[in-house]
Design a protein around this ligand. Sequence first.
Ligand code: SF4
Length: 444
Amino acid sequence: MVVMPSSVTPSSVTPSSDTPAGDAATRAGGGDAPPEVRKESGQREVFCGLTSIVWLHRRMPDAFFLVVGSRTCAHLIQSAAGVMIFAEPRFGTAILGERDLAGLADANEELDRLVRDLLERRPEIRTLFLVGSCPSEVIKLDLARAAERLTQQMAGRVRVLNYTGSGIETTFTQGEDQALMALLPHLPASDEEQLLIVGTLADAVEDRFTTLFERMGLPRVRSLPPRRSTDLPPIGKGTRLLLAQPFLSATARALAHRGGQLITSPYPFGVEGSRLWMEAAAASFNLDPAAVAGVLDPLVERGRRAIEPHRQVLRGKRLFLMPDSQMEIPLARFLARECGMELVEVGVPYLDRQLMAAEQALLPAGTPLSEGQDVERQLDRVRAERPDLVVCGLGLANPLEAEGLATKWSIELVFSPIHGCDQAGELAELFARPLRRRELISFA
Ligand code: SF4
């Protein structure tokens, strides 16, 4: 099972603190005539938060992610990150057996033994994440206490943390939000002035942003998560928080609680979003707008040129985004405004109005938004609309392709380096590719 079980109730997904209750449609901002938000609750088809281990373990090579779960959880991680079977893996699954699930064995003892064995074999591990799953939640295994106990046993050699990636509590990208929340109590306090980029970026993309900010006159740029799990950035009143990913609601609020000031901006997808994102950061430090424009103008020009061939393919095509990664609104904004696509429906697992305000304001007026999911009803709408492209999870892509619809896997958007003006062409190409392929097949 790589999708969330149908028995999961929508109330188990972290709601936005300001999301109105009930099923009534509400106005949600965007253009002159704000779009309706269709709120749905029913069966969902989204990956669980365990999936985020796939990009988090690449980001922090000195960390290990130990899922405490079932064979199903192990299969999910193995297939999502299959390439790692050829290398020394930095993730694994402590499989809860039938005796554990039936309460006949002491799962805590088993877990302690397994962790000790692992850390003896892998002395390079500095941070061990115990990652909860549906089975560990169901048998109420207290991983917070286990993490505390194991940290004490390791006497400072390894920090053991815990968070949940369970499909009962998290969707696909909320796993990263939970992992960052586990790191947060260990961030040192400091009021020094700094820009903190929050959310996993590819190392090369992060280096590029750091260089660009330096050229604008911003010397101190740090990132969360860091490249080394022990090299945690400080947080305090001098920190401006710049979210690189739109799915970090809990982390953003917790960092603000520790004194950080959240920069409101669209997300750095496409030329427009990337420019506004960098400009917002620069403005929060009162950097010289002329110096900022001097850095950004050539990038914007190059980015637009890179998008153009893909815009030719995407322009006028109808797009339906199913709720999965929580990146749907920023991507829809990019595809509509910079690539000329027509938005049939934009679905999100949950709508965080604060973190999405700047994005919603840029959506074309009247864009249909949906929050949550009732997958059968949503599929009915897809079939009725017959869009040119559907962005969806892996589980839905093959059946829709079989029905003659072109699809794009949303998981690919989290694994690919798509942030920044430099990557805008590649981002557009990811969506143009399935349309080009379909065109070639129809000519064959
Ligand atoms: S955590 Fe839950 S939804 Fe995710 S793979 Fe394990 S059993 Fe399935």
